[in-house]
Design a protein around this ligand. Structure first.
Ligand code: GAL
Length: 712
């Protein structure tokens, strides 16, 4: 008997080895970053498209780490032109990322098909940025560098050869029976003959995210005006109406740094000409100059589909796909010619005239409003790959145009994917659920993208104010009035509070701008999930599933997770309230936390319950937190401003305030200053502050520093 078993075993070894047709050879490609190729990867992938340069020096300066996973437990098999991938999971490991999800933060237990699309209300993988990158609570990250619709089973599939197999139980009698037996792996199916796999070390989860962002060239650094207040005007506004809108903002003494023009700036839209409409904007140059003088940056909406009526059409036609969208031709951005032709057109009509950036719409989906997967592109890149990469290609083209003229841009995009961290674009959409918008903001921080919970309209003054409060702590503080024509003061009963929020946004720019510099230089996401914060270890509340033939036929357990509070910059914790909520719980990580507005002690490693009133969005600062603020200006100019340095708590600490010219890429050549703000205790134990500007350096933005110790 034993002999027979041995024979079976010996025969099975070569069988399993031939199945593992894609042995993985791991190569270190940067400090703490390893790559392996399974099978024959596609020629086109995220990095061939983005062309970004990893920040290798910064990566090398991070703590040195070993390969974070057992190599022999990662496997790849190629069969029928598809790649089967398997990665190990340990018992308490939590998984985050895998796209811009709107309802869930933790992904273990989920099944996804990662597919660029407009978010449809379910976390099933179809979303604006279905980034195939995950980070683990064990402090590492994994990226599948394949621009494909990837299926992912995140700790759901149970294999016969599992190292930690679940026990089969009898549902009739065993209370421990579970509808989701324990799974010890993540499995993926990549519909391609191979893929590159990239593993990012930590040691912490935030470090793994940082490495991922640094590998993508570091995060973007927006121009300073991009962090001000934005307003998008109704779609068919004329130059005079836009000027009137700006005038009204001035009258209300309300901050405004960007006006976004929607489809009507063009002579034709859906499909687009990318040429000014002569009736609404008879003198674009004059309009743009006038706006510039008023301190307003102009951002233009467009979608990718080219109208037969514009001057671009004939030139671009040979470089377009077999199918049309809204009767417009679909440029093949995988071709150099396309980028040149469209780039020249954009330069001529928009960028060279002083347009500050774009909102690049409808490059994500809604299946009916996009080309189908049977579309053929002249470059030979498949429609599936094009869909996965299209918005990335548009981001790349426009980013390069601005880079070439040494001017920073900051704009909006509806689609994105892996490798996008350095592109100065923020994702938005048509979905409009306020709590879900905040969950998306949290999730954006795992996957190297930015997201804005833009404010469009509201049913009540309460909702309006609550939405304004959260958008002011997001990557773009924006009212998108493209269809509703709302104004900040549309609800007069909360006008004052809305104004105070917008003012606070402006005051926080020194802090926010520094947070973005930390994103650009160190890869630290400017708005972050609590899970990325040290000392945040909430136990998930698992609600036992109750068996029910209609509601829950498999007695699936529910997980309650933290998706309504987040970190902004180094030390701020933001805990928004939503319509109808008067009270909420806030989880304060370990260490002492202080109320941002009063400086008073709020709690320490505990859950607090707060009832802040409608006017307040609860914000807390960790012990030793330093928040540099400037006056509530309404515009961003070259005028030097005084800085109020707020200090919270009792701890000694320091902060590196970032400053540069705010508009150009000169910072990439070292033209920036870090002002060190240091808080230490004097002999009597009292806190005192010191400002040190590096020798010989002069500042662009600030002229005075005043300390404000908030905690008395
Ligand atoms: C939508 C977009 C909106 C608005 C609109 C204009 O696709 O998501 O924000 O720009 O187009 O037609």
């Amino acid at each position: 008997m034993q002999k027979i078993l041995l024979l079976v075993f010996l025969l099975s070894v070569p069988f399993f080895t031939t199945m593992a047709q894609a042995p993985l050879q791991w190569n270190q490609i940067a400090a703490g970053v390893w790559s392996a190729k399974a099978g024959t990867p596609d020629k086109v992938n995220f990095y061939t498209v983005t062309g970004v340069h990893p920040k290798t020096e910064r990566l090398s300066s991070m703590a040195s780490v070993e390969f974070p996973l057992p190599k022999d437990e990662i496997s790849a098999v190629i069969r029928d032109g598809k790649t089967y991938l398997r990665f190990p999971l340990t018992k308490d490991e939590k998984i985050f990322g895998l796209g811009l999800n709107f309802k869930t933060v933790e992904q273990r237990g989920r099944i996804l098909r990662l597919h660029v699309d407009h978010y449809g209300g379910q976390d099933n993988g179809r979303t604006h940025a279905p980034v195939p990158f995950y980070v683990s609570s064990k402090g590492y990250g994994v990226l599948i560098n394949a621009a494909r619709y990837i299926d992912v089973w995140v700790g759901t599939a149970v294999r016969k050869d599992s190292k930690n197999p679940p026990v089969a139980r009898d549902r009739n009698t065993d209370k421990k029976w579970s509808s989701a037996p324990y799974s010890d792996n993540i499995e993926m199916l990549v519909p391609a003959e191979g893929t590159e796999i990239i593993v990012f070390g930590g040691p912490s989860m935030l470090d793994a995210v940082r490495r991922y962002n640094l590998y993508n060239g570091g995060g973007c650094l927006p121009p300073k005006w991009g962090l001000g207040f934005w307003h998008r005007t109704p779609t068919r506004y004329t130059d005079k109406q836009v000027a009137e809108e700006v005038h009204q903002y001035e009258q209300h003494k309300f901050p405004l740094t960007v006006i976004g023009l929607e489809p009507g700036w063009q002579s034709k839209s859906y499909p687009c000409t990318y040429e000014w409409d002569k009736s609404r904007f008879p003198n674009p140059e004059g309009f743009l100059t006038d706006m510039k003088q008023k301190g307003i940056n102009i951002n233009l909406w467009f979608n990718p589909y080219v109208s037969p009526d514009g001057e671009l059409y004939d030139k671009i036609l040979p470089y377009t796909a077999t199918h049309t969208v809204w009767c417009g031709v679909v440029p093949d951005y995988a071709m150099a010619e396309t980028n040149k032709i469209i780039g020249d057109h954009f330069m001529k009509h928009t960028i060279s005239k002083g347009v500050s950036g774009f909102k690049m719409d409808e490059n994500d989906g809604y299946d009916n409003w996009l080309w189908p997967d049977v579309t053929l592109f002249p470059s030979g890149v498949s429609a599936e790959q094009m869909r996965s990469l299209y918005a990335m290609m548009m981001q790349k083209m426009t980013t390069d145009l601005y880079h070439k003229q040494n001017t920073r841009t900051y704009g909006l995009v509806r689609g994105s994917n892996a490798g996008a961290s350095s592109f100065p674009y923020v994702i938005y959409n048509d979905y409009y659920n306020h709590p879900d918008f905040i969950t998306a903001l949290i999730n954006s921080s795992f996957i190297g993208v930015l997201w804005t919970p833009e404010v469009r309209s509201s049913k009540t003054a309460e909702e309006w104010l609550r939405r304004i409060q959260t958008v002011c702590f997001s990557p773009i503080a924006m009212i998108d009035a493209w269809s509703d024509g709302t104004k900040p003061w549309s609800f007069p009963e909360v006008e004052k509070q809305v104004q105070e929020m917008a003012n606070l946004r402006m005051q926080l720019i020194p802090y926010l701008y520094t947070s973005y510099a930390d994103y650009a230089f160190d890869g630290t996401p400017p708005a972050r999930a609590m899970n990325l914060e040290e000392g945040f270890t909430p136990q998930n509340i698992i609600i036992e599933g109750q068996l029910s033939s209609t509601e829950n036929p498999y007695a699936t357990a529910l997980k309650r997770e933290v998706k309504d509070q987040f970190m902004v910059g180094e030390s701020m914790l933001v805990a928004p309230l939503f319509t109808g909520q008067q009270t909420r719980k806030v989880i304060l990580p370990q260490g002492k936390w202080y109320d941002f507005y009063t400086g008073k002690f709020a709690g320490e490693g505990e859950v607090i319950t707060v009832t802040p009133g409608l006017d307040i969005i609860p914000v807390y600062v960790k012990d030793g937190g330093i928040i540099p603020m400037m006056p509530a200006v309404t515009k961003i100019s070259t005028e030097k401003l005084p800085v109020e340095i707020r200090v919270y708590g009792q701890k000694e600490s320091s902060y590196n305030l970032y400053d540069d010219d705010g508009v150009s890429f000169d910072y990439e050549n070292g033209k920036f200053v870090r002002v060190v703000l240091k808080v230490s205790k004097d002999k009597s134990g009292k806190l005192k502050g010191a400002v040190s500007i590096p020798k010989g350096a002069s500042l662009w933005s600030y002229n005075e520093f005043k300390w404000n110790f908030m905690t008395k």
